[in-house]
Design a protein around this ligand. Structure first.
Ligand code: AKG
Length: 300
């Protein structure tokens, strides 16, 4: 083990998630906030989500409301370097081995006063792979408590099935907890101060509520996998060619030999009419889930 203790590794194996409190130094958090402010400027010039930014439904140019900064690693050298640093790859190597490829990166802003929920889902339902050495590392840039929409996970769900993420025969990326026999009270809430990192397995069922508080909850998710995990046909993994796929390597050696494991998989197809960010995909789900701003705005 390079960074994690055996107890932390065992906890991750048993529960499908791990929290490393106050893992990043203060100066990185301060710099991250400055970068986010810079990348957010673009929202003032757009009225619809584009390749750089996903907007809340309530967004206007005068009152910009950013839901997600897309591919912060491509928009900012700082976020690219952070992804490649030992702060992130140290724990990742302990869980995935020496050879790691990135999947994607996204900064979910969940801004104060009604940053959107992310409905319950398993990442593996969006991007099934030949083995499940696949995870997401969340870098927490604001203090997170119960009031500002912490990431919530069902411990041990990474060992269970891939649940139904379809509505009316179309992939809509959300799970109905009750239909799955689950109770919200059994979920763990991943709270902690700015600088904390969360790690969740791609099969772990997770989501997060509307941010009803006056404090932002910004988390940057770096998704990655063992280099020998290859996407199964129909997965929402994007790359143009095998050469491009190899450019996604974060450390170690690439391979052309997928490791095949006997794991549960579902195919996220057909895609819904509005394919885009998870927020757009899940907006087409009819399943019950976390309350949205549209549902609560009359009461606040
Ligand atoms: O922002 C969150 O709380 C959850 C993020 C997530 O699961 C996703 O973007 O796929």
């Amino acid at each position: 083990m390079e960074f994690l203790s055996q107890a932390q590794r065992d906890f991750y194996d048993d529960n499908g998630y791990l929290v490393l409190e106050a893992h990043l130094p203060r100066d990185i958090i301060e710099q991250a906030h400055a970068e986010i402010a810079c990348l957010s400027e673009h929202a003032k010039s757009i009225t619809q989500s584009d390749d750089l930014i996903d907007l809340e439904d309530s967004h206007t140019k005068d009152e910009p409301r950013i839901r997600r900064i897309k591919r912060p690693d491509l928009q900012s050298a700082f976020f690219d370097q952070l992804m490649r640093s030992d702060h992130i790859l140290g724990p990742a190597r302990d869980l995935l081995g020496a050879n790691i490829r990135m999947h994607t990166a996204k900064l979910n802003c969940k801004k104060a006063e009604f940053g959107a929920p992310v409905q319950w889902h398993q990442d593996f339902a969006f991007y099934p792979h030949t083995n499940d050495d696949v995870l997401a590392i969340g870098v927490v840039f604001d203090d997170i408590g119960m009031e500002n929409g912490p990431l919530q996970v069902f411990p041990g769900s990474h060992r269970g099935p891939i649940l139904d993420h379809h509505d009316n025969g179309v992939f809509t990326g959300a799970v109905d907890l009750e239909a799955a026999g689950l109770n919200l009270d059994d979920a763990a809430s991943l709270t902690g101060p700015a600088g904390t990192i969360t790690i969740h397995h791609a099969r772990t069922l997770h989501g997060s509520a509307l941010n009803r508080s006056e404090r932002d909850r910004q988390i940057l998710f770096y998704e990655m996998m063992a280099a020998d995990a290859f996407p199964v046909m129909g997965a929402m993994t994007k790359f143009e060619s095998i050469e491009d796929y190899d450019k996604l390597m974060l450390c170690g050696e690439t391979t052309k030999q997928p490791r095949l494991e006997n794991i549960p998989v579902r195919i996220p197809q057909p895609q819904p009419a509005k394919a885009g960010s998870i927020y757009e995909i899940q907006s087409q789900s009819e399943k019950p889930g976390y309350a949205t701003y549209e549902e609560v705005k009359e009461t606040v």
